[in-house]
Design a protein around this ligand. Structure first.
Ligand SMILES: Nc1nc2c(ncn2[C@@H]2O[C@H](COP(=O)(O)OP(=O)(O)OP(=O)(O)O)[C@@H](O)[C@H]2O)c(=O)[nH]1
Ligand SMILES: [Mg+2]
Length: 307
């Protein structure tokens, strides 16, 4: 089982086109009416102006960030949007879309992939589509849903035409009918894709979430007591803006050799001399006690395969 450190908070950016139903989804998953106290504001006109956070109803380690929509006068293009909503600070994303597949949908998906992060793609307002399409005699709900899925897959591709999203990461929902279509599968997928917290195996390397290693963390190498792995944070995470900050904070020159992981998430460092705790590499970051790697966990982060 994959484990994470207990102090890890997972920040999910809820993003997408203006009016796609981002805030409505947050209310629906939290079981709140749109006009309830503490609900995310929902409106027929541009509504969410600043990123606002909301707790997950079941898992206190998960935070949803209700982001403004892209493509409005306030956030007309990707550059403005990325800077103003600080797209780089979220661990993973839910991209919301309604009606037609738009240029912004693909721009956002590509940007998130470029950052080495993952997303679920959510097509909302399925209830409206069903209602409108039912007027046709030939209407088949299953065929319509299949058409939506195919349309998403055809559009969520990179420059070479390769898919950037797997089909099971596409969800067709209505925020007004959480009991129907893919809403339940989506809520389960959000919980399932996130690292589980389990005291039994505490000590395993954190996995699945980009930049989850914020502090250098030491692991024993089971085959040789003179070797220690220091798992370092990825340089491209928001806590280390440039090389100088990174070099200083992780004390890059104290390690004997390096194993560069070609993901943006982290690098492992092999230190062949024994390190004592008063030689910890950074004062700003806590060093958990040495942790033994259970045999079923390999060092290194996966490239964001889950959510
Ligand atoms: N029929 C239907 N209407 C929806 C659904 N989701 C949202 N809406 C409606 O769409 C409108 C916009 O919803 P919001 O949740 O405010 O959309 P948003 O993406 O947060 O909008 P911005 O914050 O302005 O970008 C509201 O009138 C909602 O009631 C849905 O699944 N079905
Ligand atoms: Mg909103």
């Amino acid at each position: 089982m994959l484990q994470v450190r207990k102090d890890l908070m997972v920040e999910i950016g809820v993003t997408g086109d203006a009016g796609a139903g981002k805030s409505s989804f947050i209310n629906a998953i939290r079981g709140l009416d749109d006009d309830a106290d503490g609900a995310a504001p929902v409106d027929v006109i541009e509504c969410t102006k600043e990123p606002t956070s909301f707790n997950h109803p079941k898992n206190p380690k998960i935070k949803f960030w209700d982001l403004p929509g892209i493509g409005t006068p306030m956030y007309p293009d990707l550059e403005t949007y990325r800077d103003k909503v600080q797209l780089g600070k979220y661990h993973t994303f839910l991209i919301f879309s309604s009606s037609r597949f738009t240029e912004n949908d693909i721009i956002l998906a590509k940007e998130i992939k470029k950052q080495g992060k993952s997303f679920f793609f959510i097509r909302t307002k399925i209830d409206e589509n069903v209602r409108a399409e039912k007027r046709k005699k030939s209407f088949s709900e299953a065929a319509m849903l299949q058409k939506f899925r195919r349309n998403c897959m055809e559009n969520l591709v990179d420059e070479a035409g390769k898919p950037i999203c797997s089909e099971d990461h596409i969800f067709l929902i209505s925020n007004h009918h959480p009991g129907k279509w893919d809403f339940g599968r989506l809520t389960r997928a959000i919980l399932d894709a996130l690292p589980r917290l389990c005291d039994d195996d505490y000590g395993a390397a954190p996995v699945d979430i980009v930049d989850c290693a914020k502090a250098p963390t030491c692991y024993n190498y089971p085959a040789d007591p003179n070797i220690k792995f220091w798992e370092l944070p990825g340089i491209e995470n928001p806590y280390f803006t440039d090389l100088e900050t990174y070099r200083y904070k992780v004390q890059l020159d104290k390690y004997d050799t390096f194993d560069l992981t070609l993901m943006m998430t982290s690098a492992q460092v092999v230190e062949t001399s024994v390190t004592t705790t008063d030689n910890s590499p950074s004062q700003d970051y806590t060093h958990p006690d040495d942790q033994t790697i259970p045999s079923h966990v390999t060092l290194g982060f996966k490239p964001f395969t889950a959510l």
